[in-house]
Write a protein that binds this ligand. Structure first.
Ligand code: AMP
Ligand code: ZN
Length: 479
């Protein structure tokens, strides 16, 4: 992009303000002068299939990294795999597998689902069970400062000794005291607010030997340890769903900042929840969907990705089947544009109007999304652009030299979207398709609808969708 002055603004949960994004904390003149943006996203607990609510957050993480790259930054992104907690341990016991076998199964399923949704792999996927050393290091630092205590074989963080506690979530110690049990932790502790850094071993549970005794990690320390292990110092962005602000992220800040005396994270970004038909997703309401449930119902991964992406991340997104059908319709508009561009055969010199319209689109898209990652607005601008290109095609002002330019713009914008489908026309036998379409049109003229229908089906089996339009029959490649 020509204009490299950073105007990206992000709402920081920590300060509750929209802030200019400055990776590394020091302003630079050009985007390419910034160090790689360091990002840590709380990843899945691998005890089951992730549901589409989880995928709202994971698709957002993907959009965030894609947009930063689109803007010219490089990214260094980690997403952890939580492979030891109450649920993974219980699941492995139930299925008679080792913890590693059990969590490997769901980790692989998670990676497959990410691929299906066209979520880019990130640079690091640390596993909690492979980061025990880094956890021991944090506990040792906290111990030296007198911030921890032991009770019944477990190690706790003493929140009363960390004065900044509550800055992220705005939860005060009074709120916590009043609100009975906020942590599902079964172990005893001196103060209801304290949380376990390290848990005493129990029968039938995996444990690690440490200088503090045998046991297994508490959940919160896992993320602090993986951030430290991978990045070594303050990171730029930490993401997760809003449910993680308290206590998970509040506790991450407490133990990391208390241990290493430096800021933990510059920008905290939290994604609002996905609701289903207006209610909280729950197994008992029967509105709990995994990605595979939706694929089994015949919905395409592209439509699911599109739907999860379209709402602003700080607004709740109400998932409905109507919404999913509308998403599929919206994608069809994009597919149709590509089919129309592909149909253009006449040659001419490039049309300056097309170039101007493309550049204006990129500029207003960037200005809009720079404002707190407003992808909903960006997609609106994209459909205005599609409308205008269609109008130019109607007016016959687009030639083959323009179509190449437009397709390049679409490819560029798809670095961010990841839901545009570029059919490999060359791999398809166009002549065969066109002769079948001609045969079908002939059959229709002769009112031989059975034959026309069977040709339509034959084409569909080849992955070709037929559309009868005012301008004649058009075909598009099924995505
Ligand atoms: P988990 O596997 O439960 O640790 O969750 C993985 C990620 O999904 C976390 O960042 C959660 O905050 C997020 N998450 C959980 N439920 C929802 C939901 N309904 N909508 C959006 N994100 C969610
Ligand atoms: Zn986490």
């Amino acid at each position: 992009m020509e204009d490299t002055i950073v105007a990206l603004k992000i709402f920081n949960t920590l300060t509750r303000r929209l802030e200019t994004f400055t990776p590394g904390g020091v302003s630079k003149e050009r985007i390419e002068d910034y160090p790689p943006v360091t990002i840590y996203s709380c990843g899945p607990t691998v005890y089951s299939f992730a549901h589409i609510g989880n995928f709202r957050t994971f698709v957002f993480n993907d959009f965030l990294r894609r947009y930063l790259k689109f803007r010219g930054f490089t990214v260094n992104h980690a997403m952890n795999i939580t492979d030891v907690d109450d649920k993974t341990i219980a699941g492995a016991l139930k299925e008679g597998l080792t913890l590693r076998e059990y969590t490997d199964k769901y980790t692989n399923i998670f990676f497959e689902d990410c691929k299906t949704l066209n979520i880019e792999p990130v640079e690091h996927y640390p596993r909690a069970t492979e980061s025990i050393d880094a956890m021991i290091d944090i506990i040792a630092h906290l111990d030296k400062k007198g911030l921890i205590y032991e009770k019944d074989g477990s190690i706790y963080f003493s929140i009363a000794k960390f004065h900044r506690y509550g800055r992220l979530s705005n939860v005060t110690s009074m709120d916590i005291k009043a609100g009975a049990r906020y942590d599902a932790d079964e172990y005893s502790k001196e103060d209801v607010r304290d949380f376990a850094l390290w848990k005493a071993p129990k029968d039938n549970e995996p444990y690690w030997d440490t200088p503090f005794g045998k046991g297994r990690p508490g959940w919160h320390i896992e993320c602090s340890a993986m951030v430290r292990k991978i990045f070594g110092t303050t990171i730029d962005i930490h993401t997760g769903g809003v449910d993680l602000i308290f206590p998970h992220h509040e506790n991450e800040i407490a133990q990391s900042e208390a241990a290493y005396d430096e800021p933990f994270v510059r920008y905290w970004i939290h994604v609002e929840h996905l609701l289903v038909e207006g209610s909280k997703m729950s197994k008992s309401l029967g509105n709990f969907f995994t990605l595979r449930d939706l694929l089994d119902k015949g919905y395409s991964p592209r439509a699911i990705r599109y739907l999860l992406l379209t709402a602003h991340y700080r607004k709740q997104l109400n998932f409905t089947f109507d919404g999913l059908n509308q998403a599929a319709q919206a994608l069809l508009r994009i597919d149709n544009l590509l089919a129309r561009l592909n149909d253009i055969k006449h040659e001419a010199t490039p049309n300056q109007q097309v170039i101007d319209r493309c550049n204006a689109f990129l500029t207003s898209f960037t200005e809009t999304v720079d404002d707190d990652l407003n992808i909903a607005g960006g997609i609106g601008i994209f459909f205005d652009f599609i409308h205008d290109i269609n109008t130019m095609i109607d007016a016959n002002t687009i030639s083959t030299s323009d179509t190449a330019y437009i397709v390049d713009i679409l490819k560029k914008i798809d670095m961010v979207f990841g839901f545009i489908f570029f059919p490999e026309i060359s791999a398809i036998n166009k002549e065969e398709i066109e002769s079948l379409i001609e045969e079908r049109n002939k059959a229709r003229k002769e009112k031989n609808f059975a034959k026309a229908d069977s040709i339509r089906k034959e084409l569909l089996e080849k992955g070709i969708i037929i559309q009868d339009t005012k301008e004649g029959t058009r075909w598009i490649v099924k995505s």
